[in-house]
Design a binder for this molecule. Structure first.
Ligand code: OTD
Ligand code: ZN
Ligand code: ZN
Length: 346
C-alpha cells in the first residue's frame, strides 16, 4: 500500500500552551487534525468556564486562516470547582471534559486534587449530565516508584472511584502500561483510554541508555518494552475503547536541556506519519482510522469527521524539521529513532 486515506483525525489530548508557544505549535495540529481536546494546565490553570471561553478565543485567534479546526475545551478540576459552573459550561457546549490532575503528578499540576472526597459533588454532577472526566492516572506518593505510579493509581484511586460512581464516564489519559490496558478492557462502555504516539514508539531505554536524553522524558514516563508492546496491541486492535491522544507537550529547549528538565514530548508535527509507520509495522494499517478518527468521537458522542486525510508512503525516509521556532526560542520535535516512510499528503 502506498497511499492511505482516512477520515480526518482528532487529537483527544493536546497541550497548546499560550502566547508565542501557542502561535508556534497550533498550525502543526490544525493542518492535520479537525478537533483536539485542549488541556487546561496553563499557568494559572483554566479553572472556570469564563477562563475556558477566553482561552478558546485566544486559540481561535492564533489559528492560521483557512484551517478548519475546533478546540474542545476542558476545565482543570480543583478542590474548589463549582459544580454549577461546570454544568453551565457543559450545557453551553463550551466544555467537553473535566481534567483530573492529582496534585503534583505532572507539569503545572500544583493546583490539582489532593483529596478526591472534596470533588465528589462535581463528579456526581458530571455523572448525572454525562460529562467525561479525563484522568492523569498516576499516584504522587513519593514512596511509590515512578515506574509503578500508574499501576498503583488504578488499584488505589480509579477502582474505588468507579465503584462509587459507576455512571461517571472516564478517560484514562496517556495509558502507558499493560496494567492500564488490561484495566480498561475489563471495564464497561463508560471507560476509554487515550494512547500517545511516543508511548507506541519508545520504551524507557530511549531516556536512559547510552546517555540521558531529556527530549524523551515525559509523564507518565515511558515504561519497559513489554508495556510498549501491550500499548501497540491495544492501539492496533480496533478496540473502540482506545483512541489517539498525542499528549504533544511542547517546552522550549532551555527548559528541557537543563539539570532538572521539564516533562513533555512535542509530537504534533510528525504524529500521523509516525502512527502510519507503527500501524504498518503491526500489519494494521486498516485499523489506523479507527484509532485516530473513529473511536474518539464515538466515545465523546460526536460525529466522525467528513473530511479526509491522505498519507503517502515513500521509499526514502521522510525528513522532518528537528526544531520549531516559537518566539525567540525553539522546541525540539520528537525523533522516533527509526526511519519514517510515511507522510501526510498525496
Ligand atoms: N505529560 N508533560 C505535560 C503534560 C503531560 O501528563 C501529561 O499530560 C506538560 O508539559 O504539560 C508531560 O510530560
Ligand atoms: Zn497527564
Ligand atoms: Zn498531557
Amino acid at each position: 500500500m502506498t497511499t492511505l486515506t482516512i477520515r480526518r483525525p482528532d487529537d483527544w489530548h493536546l497541550h497548546l500552551r499560550d502566547g508565542d508557544v501557542l502561535e508556534g505549535v497550533l498550525p502543526h495540529t490544525s493542518r492535520n487534525f479537525a478537533r483536539a481536546i485542549i488541556m487546561p494546565n496553563l499557568v494559572p490553570p483554566v479553572v472556570t468556564t469564563a477562563q475556558a471561553a477566553a482561552y478558546r478565543d485566544r486559540i481561535l485567534k492564533a489559528l492560521p486562516k483557512g484551517d478548519d479546526f475546533t478546540p474542545l475545551m476542558t476545565l482543570y478540576l480543583t478542590e474548589t470547582t463549582d459544580p454549577a459552573d461546570v454544568e453551565a459550561g457543559f450545557r453551553d457546549g463550551l466544555i467537553t471534559a473535566v481534567k483530573l490532575y492529582p496534585a503534583g503528578a505532572t507539569t503545572n499540576s500544583q493546583s490539582g486534587v489532593r483529596d478526591l472526597a472534596k470533588v465528589h459533588s462535581v463528579l456526581e454532577k458530571m455523572a448525572e449530565i454525562g460529562l467525561p472526566l479525563c484522568v492523569h492516572g498516576e499516584v504522587t506518593d513519593p514512596a511509590i516508584d515512578i515506574f509503578d505510579r500508574e499501576a498503583v493509581f488504578l488499584e488505589t484511586v480509579l477502582a474505588p472511584l468507579r465503584e462509587r460512581l459507576p455512571g461517571l464516564r472516564v478517560v484514562l489519559e496517556h495509558v502507558t502500561t499493560e496494567n492500564g490496558v488490561d484495566y480498561v478492557k475489563a471495564q464497561d462502555k463508560n471507560v476509554g483510554a487515550t494512547i500517545t504516539t511516543h508511548h507506541l514508539m519508545i520504551n524507557r531505554n530511549a531516556i536512559l541508555a547510552g546517555g540521558i536524553r531529556p527530549h524523551y522524558y515525559c509523564l507518565p514516563v515511558a515504561k519497559r518494552e513489554k508495556h510498549r508492546l501491550a500499548l501497540r496491541a491495544a492501539a492496533t486492535s480496533g478496540d473502540a475503547r482506545f483512541f489517539l491522544g498525542t499528549d504533544s507537550a511542547p517546552h522550549i529547549d532551555p527548559l528541557k536541556e537543563t539539570a532538572c528538565g521539564c516533562a513533555g514530548i512535542f509530537t504534533s508535527i510528525n504524529t500521523m506519519a509516525c502512527l502510519a509507520e507503527v500501524f504498518e509495522q503491526e500489519n494494521a494499517l486498516d485499523k489506523l482510522e479507527a484509532f485516530a478518527s473513529l473511536n474518539g468521537p464515538a466515545f465523546y458522542g460526536l460525529p466522525a469527521n467528513e473530511a479526509t486525510l491522505t498519507l503517502t508512503r515513500q521509499d526514502e525516509p521522510v525528513v522532518f524539521p528537528r526544531k520549531v521556532a516559537v518566539g525567540q526560542d525553539e522546541v525540539t520535535v520528537f525523533d522516533p529513532m527509526i526511519p519514517i516512510h510515511w507522510n501526510v499528503g498525496s
